[in-house]
Design a protein around this ligand. Structure first.
Ligand code: UDP
Length: 329
């Protein structure tokens, strides 16, 4: 099959490309390298099954022709991270909302038969119920979450109005090799692994008892591929999680190292935990990589984070100033 992956040079996107090439497909990547990096696909250099187009999804005219003859699209391109979304909400809207409409329109024009949208569990904000089902109230806490949710809404409306076969997969705390190391402060694994490499203490937020549904990237990819093979689930929004939730203290225990404590950030949930009944029921899917295994894979690949920024309490305080300023009471 000819399959297009937006954001294919990014963290999750590059794992999707690995999987699709491994399954024997022809893959086209569209990525503007804003947070993605060609080194994430370096190991496929010279492959005649992979075409990488460096373009932005914000520009319909530049991307549209690449959707010709494509059978499936995995739409993973987006701006991530919380702080820059508070600082530059229009850029986030442009990439994550307008960019999504451009991808949907390109798919409509070229009759793409199946589309998977990377939605975010951040739409649940601080939920009342754990595990959190897809029917929980939408409570976006910051622009990144709003833009990812609006992208999801557009997908659902395009599915309804134009009868396109689109499914939104709501990812919970994805981690794995090649997890982003961009300049912005975010995603705990990149922060902690760089700290470990530099023999610095882990900056644990609050008391470290907060938990996250850490889901290994190859499980996320597998869930998306499984969903894409099922043509009966258009217009569904589906949680993808690890079926468990793990404390930051447990993560620190597995990584091994000293701790320094930093203040809790406003708008941050004490727990994320996907209710996975729906994905089990609709797709018979469940995750395969345990947290212990996943963390040990991260440690085996720790060299990837050698160039990642090293965060310390003072630089984190500086980098999250706007977070406290705008989201604090
Ligand atoms: N976290 C932490 N220290 C850090 C960064 C994050 O203890 O320097 C914790 C944070 O409190 C949260 C978890 O790690 O419980 C995941 O944070 P991340 O920003 O990766 O994801 P999110 O909070 O958006 O789920």
């Amino acid at each position: 099959m000819k399959i297009l992956v937006t954001g294919g040079c990014g963290f999750i996107g590059s794992h999707m490309v690995d999987r699709l090439l491994n399954d024997g497909h022809d893959v086209i990547v569209i990525d503007n390298l804003s947070s993605g990096n060609l080194r994430n696909l370096e190991h496929h250099k010279g492959s005649n099954k992979l075409q990488v187009v460096i373009e932005t999804i914000s520009d319909f005219a530049k991307i549209e022709s690449h959707f010709k003859g494509v059978e499936k699209v995995f739409h993973l391109a987006a701006l991530a991270d919380i702080v820059p979304s508070i600082e530059h909400p229009m850029e986030y809207h442009n990439s994550n909302v307008n960019g999504t409409i451009n991808v949907l329109e390109a798919c409509r024009k070229h009759n793409v038969g199946r589309i998977i949208y990377a939605a975010s569990s951040s739409c649940y904000g601080i939920p009342d119920k754990f595990p959190t089902p897809e029917t929980a109230e939408i409570r976006c806490q910051y622009p990144y979450a709003v833009t990812k949710y609006l992208g999801e809404e557009y997908c659902m409306y395009w599915a309804q109005v134009y009868k396109m076969n689109i499914t939104a997969m709501r990812f919970f705390n994805v981690y794995g090799p090649r997890a982003r190391t961009s300049g912005t402060y975010g995603a705990v694994f990149g922060v902690f692994l760089a700290q470990k490499l530099n023999n610095k203490p882990f900056t644990v937020i609050g008391d470290g008892k907060q938990t996250r549904d850490f889901t290994f990237v190859t499980d996320i990819v597998d869930a998306c591929v499984t969903a894409s093979n099922n043509y009966q689930i258009a217009k569904e929004r589906i949680n993808v999680g690890s079926e468990n939730t793990y404390s930051i203290n447990r993560l620190v225990e597995l990584l091994g190292g000293e701790i320094t404590y930093i203040p809790k950030r406003p708008g941050e949930p004490d727990c994320t935990f996907a209710d996975t009944k729906k994905i089990k029921q609709l797709l018979g899917w469940s995750p395969k990589v345990s947290f212990e295994e996943g963390v040990s894979i991260m440690l085996d690949n720790i060299d990837y984070w050698r160039e990642a920024p090293l965060w310390e309490p003072s630089s984190i305080a500086e980098a999250t100033k706007d977070w406290f300023r705008y989201l604090g009471k």
